[in-house]
Design a protein around this ligand. Structure first.
Ligand SMILES: Cc1cc2nc3c(=O)[nH]c(=O)nc-3n(C[C@H](O)[C@H](O)[C@H](O)COP(=O)(O)OP(=O)(O)OC[C@H]3O[C@@H](n4cnc5c(N)ncnc54)[C@H](O)[C@@H]3O)c2cc1C
Ligand code: FES
Ligand code: FES
Length: 460
């Protein structure tokens, strides 16, 4: 079964049959379609020069990095590039006019990406709030003149009424492109493919895997794209627990998670950029099993359980038992992560988390720490921790937890050296990491002593 990749590009339907589905969207736009307005800067998802916008049937417009998105991932979507912004009469889009009027057209590499991020922001109904504009621009780098005129232009176009979008082509059946890119639309098809192709890489948002095709130019040989399987994209915002499908992108998971665990608001806003969070998923963050991934420490503290499925049936595993060693997990070759479940906070429970990274935005953590606490009269009665960047996998810290239960925060800060022997790397030396983790525990002491301290204190 070999199908054509079908999607909408700048309001016109396209069908692609003669190009590998592992080609990046950026290369295809530039090389096959001659749409050179979308630029390549870093080719790693970092600079935003390649920003294009996905338009949902529900009218949502979300920025992505075309340099790390695979063509096969576009099937059934609607994509707008900077060439598709001008009106039918060729008149510039109001966002483009605002950029020109504010003298915000700086260098030719970054400007199209800035325009596309501004377009997604302007038509998303968001307020002209400096914090929101900062968030919308966090994935677009300028190293020449600065952001002031760009921000001025965005203030002018905030809340622009969006034009209706062209509905993406419907595809209800599973597809296979070029015999290498499988796009199942049902769990049964996904599990059958997984059993038949244990060598294939599972692809969710592709914000990790896409780097193979982009930066390394050695695209995966076979992938199974899990993003359209209903069981993996479901959200169950239940009374006692929240269940998130593994392929729910951050942009959809965030409102649910932040409502349940408010400390995640700042934390999730610093995970990648909007471009990354449009396609990136928590399932992919767990599947990557990076020791510095942002979600594992949080999910360990929150006592997450994973549902793993294969043709042999489902099994449930506490996240703690999933990470075995550096990038080694308990996932069997025929299994996929279907979902994760998080118990809500009970009355008397609190949750805090901190991320310390070299850059504020668009940077994975050097050290991350998360705590779920049961507090009574200012004393910790129960605690679960999760630390990232301190060992070969994200881990709990048993000796730190024992000291916290005694109310001994200085003892907990000292216990960091007994729980962890981190490594030196370019993000930080072992000594630095131990120091940071100890200081984060001192910050926790302040928070427990004074619940009035805002939970959204930012760690840099
Ligand atoms: C510019 C940039 C900035 C980033 N910033 C951050 C950051 O701040 N913090 C951070 O933690 N990460 C960051 N990342 C990394 C990445 O965005 C995250 O790890 C993201 O969560 C990956 O999700 P994905 O859906 O894109 O994964 P994919 O790339 O699709 O997959 C990642 C891995 O998970 C596996 N996988 C995916 N789905 C499943 C499943 N259902 N079952 C089993 N295995 C599965 C895949 O096989 C693959 O091995 C950044 C990446 C880039 C390019
Ligand atoms: S080229 Fe830099 S983010 Fe894509
Ligand atoms: S706009 Fe390109 S470096 Fe500033």
């Amino acid at each position: 079964m070999t199908d054509r990749i079908r999607f909408i590009l700048n309001d016109s339907p396209v069908e692609v049959a003669d190009v590998s589905p592992m080609t990046t969207l950026l290369d295809w736009l530039r090389d096959s379609r001659g749409l050179k307005g979308t630029k390549e800067g870093c080719a790693e998802g970092d600079c935003g020069a390649c920003t294009v916008v996905l338009e949902g049937g529900d009218g949502r417009r979300e920025a992505i990095n075309a340099c790390i998105a695979l063509l096969g991932q576009m099937d059934g979507r609607s994509v707008r590039t900077v060439e598709g912004l001008a009106g039918r009469d060729g008149a510039p889009h109001p966002v483009q006019t605002a950029m020109v009027d504010a003298d915000a057209t700086q260098c030719g590499f970054c400007t199209p990406g800035f325009v596309m991020s501004a377009y997604a922001f302007a038509t998303g109904g968001e307020a002209a709030d400096p914090g929101i504009i900062h968030d919308a621009l966090a994935g677009n780098l300028c190293r020449c003149t600065g952001y002031r005129p760009i921000v001025e232009a965005m203030v002018k176009v905030a809340g622009l009424a969006p034009e209706p979008v062209s509905a993406p082509p419907a595809r209800t059946a599973s597809a296979a492109f070029d015999g290498t890119f499988f796009a199942p639309r049902s769990l049964a098809d996904l599990l059958a493919l997984r059993a038949r192709h244990p060598e294939a890489l599972l692809l969710a948002g592709g914000t990790d895997l896409g780097l193979l095709a982009s930066r390394g130019r050695t695209p995966p040989k076979t992938v199974i794209h899990v993003a359209y399987v209903p069981e993996l994209t479901a959200i169950d915002d239940g009374k006692d627990e929240i269940a998130l499908g593994a392929a729910v992108p951050y942009v959809q998971a965030t409102p649910v998670l932040v409502a349940a665990f408010p400390a995640l608001r700042t934390y999730l806003a610093r995970l990648g950029s909007r471009q990354i969070r449009t396609l990136g998923t928590i399932g992919g963050n767990i599947g990557t099993a990076s020791p510095i991934g942002d979600m594992p420490p949080v999910l360990l503290a929150l006592e997450a359980r994973l549902k793993l499925v294969s043709l042999r049936g489902p099994r449930e595993l506490p996240l703690e038992e999933f990470f075995l060693d550096y990038r080694k997990t308990a996932l069997a070759p025929d299994e996929v992560i279907q979902s994760l479940t998080l118990p809500r906070l009970w009355p008397g429970e609190a949750f805090f988390c901190d991320k310390v990274s070299k850059r504020r935005d668009q940077d994975i953590s050097t050290v991350a720490a998360a705590y779920r606490l049961r507090l009574k009269d200012g004393k910790i009665e129960e605690v679960r921790t999760g630390f990232g960047g301190m060992a070969a996998t994200a881990r709990r810290a048993p000796q730190v937890e024992a000291a916290l239960l005694k109310g001994d925060f200085e003892g907990a800060a000292r216990a960091v050296t007994r729980d962890f022997q981190p490594i030196d790397d370019w993000r930080g030396t072992a000594e630095y990491r131990l120091h940071v983790a100890a200081n984060l525990l001192r910050r926790l002491a302040l928070r427990v002593a004074d619940p009035e301290i805002p939970v959204e204190v930012e760690a840099l």
